[in-house]
Each structure stands twice: as structure tokens, then as C-alpha cells.
Design a protein around this ligand. Structure first.
Ligand code: DX5
Ligand code: ZN
Length: 219
């Protein structure tokens, strides 16, 4: 099953409530929420109070929260409280990946682990059994609107082989530089959760979602 997760990093922040409601009524599966602390990545986005507001506008739609913050173990309970359903941490952001995975599960959320483009996919071998989602970054985390890194296709295939062999229920999410031009290749490589920011929030949100979903439902 494929899931679309529009990234609200590219939302019109003057119209957050209305834009979230449009994405939800256009039939999105998830809403992707990028949290950046200016330390793990060279950009600052928004934090928990904004997420509770998004949760209210999103109703039952799953909040897919991507933490790009240093030592995320400090904030697991806070993100649970404001309504995260899936909480994804970066492998590179903590000395205690396994402990943080455990904290997230104990708090009752689905857990994901994200890899920056330079982190070998093989680091997942040790933790794959515990995961609900693997996030393969196809740009350097930090900013929307960058170009998809070509080497990511091979990394997605590698993640797919590992997931199929060890934990077939685990989702594979890909984030960064995805548009209608490369969506099919990303799906064919083995991704089943698609993040897109600029490609969804630019111009006509309803049409963009329909175009994405058409390709995603074909595969
Ligand atoms: C980048 C973020 C992405 C970003 C994707 O660090 O994790 O979610 O918003 O934006 P696009 O789809 O514009 O590359
Ligand atoms: Zn993201």
C-alpha cells in the first residue's frame, strides 16, 4: 500500500488551517511535519505549539513527524502530547538510537529512523526489526525545494531488500526532491511512503494531490 505525505514545510504559513484542510479533503494519507532545530540541520522550522494547531486542523489524518533535532530523546513525550502518530528520528542525531526507539514505542507512537544521504543503509541491520518505518533522505535535510540525489535510487533498493528480508511490514519513506517527473522511479525502487513539499503546495493543491495519487495507485 502506498501513502502520500505532503510536507508542510512548503505550506502557506499565512493560511495553515485552510491549507491543511484542503490537503485532508483532497484525500492525503498523512501530513509530513518537519521539525528543525538549527543545530542538527542549518535551518529552524517550528515546534510543538504549531503541531498541536496542525493536529486540530488535520482531524484524524495521521501526523508523520520528521525530527531533524539534536538528541530527540529529550522530546519524545512532548511530541506525543501534541499529536504525533509516527515519530521519525535521525540515526545521526543521537548516541542512543535503540533507547530512543524504545521510548517512542513505549509512548504509543509508530517509530521511524531516517538516514542522511551519506549514512550507509547497512546501519539499519541492527534495528530493522524494531521499526515501523525507514526514511531514506533523497536530499540533505534542512530545506525544501532541492533536487533529488540520483544515488538515492540504489539506497531505496537496498532498504527494500533489507525490509523484505527482515521486516516486510515496515514502510519505506523517501523525502526530498520528489515530483511527478521522478515519482514512478522512486516507487519502482521500493518506496511506499512519498513525501513531497514544493510539488504539492505550489499552485493547485487539489490537482497536485490527484496527480500524485493517480501514479501512486497505478503501481
Ligand atoms: C527536508 C525535509 C523535506 C522537505 C521536502 O529536510 O525533510 O520534507 O520539505 O521538500 P521538497 O519536496 O520540496 O523537496
Ligand atoms: Zn521531511
Amino acid at each position: 500500500m502506498n501513502y502520500l505525505s505532503p510536507s508542510m514545510l512548503s505550506i502557506d504559513f499565512g493560511n495553515v488551517e485552510n491549507s491543511i484542510k484542503r490537503v485532508v479533503s483532497a484525500g492525503t494519507d498523512y501530513i509530513h511535519v518537519d521539525v528543525m532545530d538549527g543545530l542538527f540541520v542549518p535551518n529552524i522550522s517550528f515546534g510543538p505549539p504549531v503541531i498541536s494547531y496542525v493536529k486540530k486542523a488535520a482531524g484524524d489524518t495521521i501526523l508523520d513527524v520528521h525530527l531533524m533535532i539534536h538528541k530527540p530523546e529529550r522530546y519524545v513525550d512532548v511530541f506525543k502530547e501534541v499529536g504525533a502518530d509516527i515519530l521519525t528520528i535521525h540515526y545521526e542525531s543521537t548516541d542512543d538510537v535503540k533507547g530512543t526507539i524504545r521510548l517512542i514505542k513505549d509512548a504509543g507512537m509508530a517509530v521511524g529512523v531516517a538516514l542522511k544521504p551519506a549514512t550507509p543503509v547497512s546501519v539499519l541491520e541492527d534495528i530493522i526489526d524494531e521499526l515501523d518505518m525507514v526514511l531514506v533522505m533523497s536530499v540533505e535535510p534542512g530545506f525544501g525545494g532541492q533536487s533529488f540525489i540520483e544515488e538515492s535510487y540504489e539506497r531505496i533498493r537496498e532498504a527494500r531488500r533489507l525490509v523484505d528480508a527482515r521486516n516486510p511490514e515496515c514502510n519505506i519513506e523517501v523525502d526530498g526532491g520528489i515530483g511527478l517527473d521522478n515519482l514512478k522511479r522512486v516507487l519502482d525502487a521500493g518506496a511506499n511512503v512519498i513525501v513531497a513539499g514544493s510539488a504539492i503546495f505550489k499552485n493547485d493543491i487539489e490537482k497536485n494531490i490527484a496527480d500524485f495519487k493517480r501514479i501512486m495507485d497505478e503501481v
